[in-house]
Design a protein around this ligand. Structure first.
Ligand code: 1HN
Length: 347
């Protein structure tokens, strides 16, 4: 079954040249590379990006490059398994840190990939998504789904930094990635739907089915204050296992974006948590607390605002030190579920 397959070097040079000339190649030398036994062989290497390393370079970008010249002033996280310039934190997940200075705006555009922001630092930032003005407060998750217009602004007095997560690598691979540009939007003069129609979990507007179908993306902002409260209550009254809440579409219960999943996690202080191994890749953003995660045998120490990546099927062990810790896990389980292969295995 697992006999050694023939190599390219075994083939005569004239045969190899003849293949190249007509643009064909033999499958068998590459068969195991594309179809390894029993589990994938990820290219992605687990990594921890310290916010204290990124922040000074991002602030310097604020001095070096005006936002008008950058459109989006971002430093993106490069998977060490892929090397210089790779716009990938994992196979499918792009992550960047974006800086907006007081008074700056980033012009409107819409694109095929979907995005979400997690606010890392600063007050007064906002994103306008399809006319709704979404305030950006620390830890908030803000969606900009594919095809939705979005621009950013900042009416505060200190720099604002947020994390961008996109399914860009997937769309780029599909040769499906492009954007359309437009001037800044004029926001509606009312609070966003998380404060109005979807004020409370489990409640959604009653609608006339014939003329008012539920919007595909009803809620674009998930305020961190509510998420943290929900996690703490769940930890207090739920079972003693892993404390995690998925961000969902409040109309359908589906993942809040089509390919990317977002899961809020609470790690109780001093407790080691060993989740099942998942076929999804993941990027963890630390909202608060400090601790360490051992990923495939290597220890990564982290604290608030850091970002940690994990490849598919990673064996992971998280420990919060000192106080309870809060993280948001960005992952591609929704994509894998749609494709019908999402899988979990015990460690
Ligand atoms: C994008 O649209 C934003 O709107 C940020 O803030 C980062 C990276 C790649 C492609 C589109 C934004 C992005 C992006």
């Amino acid at each position: 079954m697992s006999a050694q397959l023939g190599t390219l070097e075994e083939l005569p040079q004239d045969y190899r040249d003849a293949m190249s000339q007509i643009a064909v190649a033999p499958l068998w030398p590459q068969m195991r590379k594309v179809l390894p036994h029993d589990a994938p062989m990820p290219v992605t290497q687990a990594h921890c990006w310290a916010f204290s390393d990124i922040r000074p370079l991002l602030l310097r970008a604020g001095e070096l490059t005006p936002v008008e010249k950058a459109e989006r002033r971002v430093l993106f996280l490069v998977d060490p398994g892929r090397g210089a310039g790779a716009m990938q934190a994992t196979s499918t997940i792009y992550v960047g840190m974006q800086l907006l200075l007081p008074g700056e705006t980033a012009p409107a555009h819409k694109h095929t990939p979907s995005a979400a922001r997690i606010v890392v630092e600063g007050e007064g930032g906002y994103t306008v998504v399809d006319g709704d003005r979404l305030p950006m407060e620390a830890g908030d998750l803000i969606l900009t789904p594919g095809g939705c217009w979005h621009d950013h602004g900042h009416c505060g007095s200190k720099p604002v930094i947020w994390l961008d997560a996109l399914d860009l690598p997937l769309f780029y691979y599909l040769e499906a990635s492009y954007a359309v540009e437009a001037p800044l939007q004029t926001p509606r003069n009312r609070p966003d739907p998380s404060e109005v129609e979807y004020r409370a979990a489990g409640l959604a507007p009653a609608r006339r089915r014939d003329i008012a179908p539920a919007p595909s993306y009803p809620m674009m902002r998930f305020p961190w204050k509510r998420t943290e409260q929900a996690l703490r209550e769940y930890a207090r009254h739920g079972d003693s296992g892993i404390v995690e809440l998925d961000y969902i579409n409040p109309e359908t219960g589906a993942s809040c974006l089509p390919t990317l999943g977002f899961t809020a996690m609470m790690l109780r202080q001093g407790k080691s948590v060993k989740p099942v191994r998942k076929s999804a890749s993941a990027v963890f953003h630390v909202i608060a607390g400090k601790g360490h995660s051992t990923i495939n045998g290597k220890r990564h120490d982290w604290s608030a605002k850091d970002v940690i990546s994990a490849p598919v099927f990673a064996a992971i062990d998280h420990v919060a030190e000192g106080d309870d810790a809060f993280l948001i896990r960005i992952h591609d389980a929704p994509l894998q579920e749609k494709l019908g292969f999402y899988e979990e295995r015990s460690q």
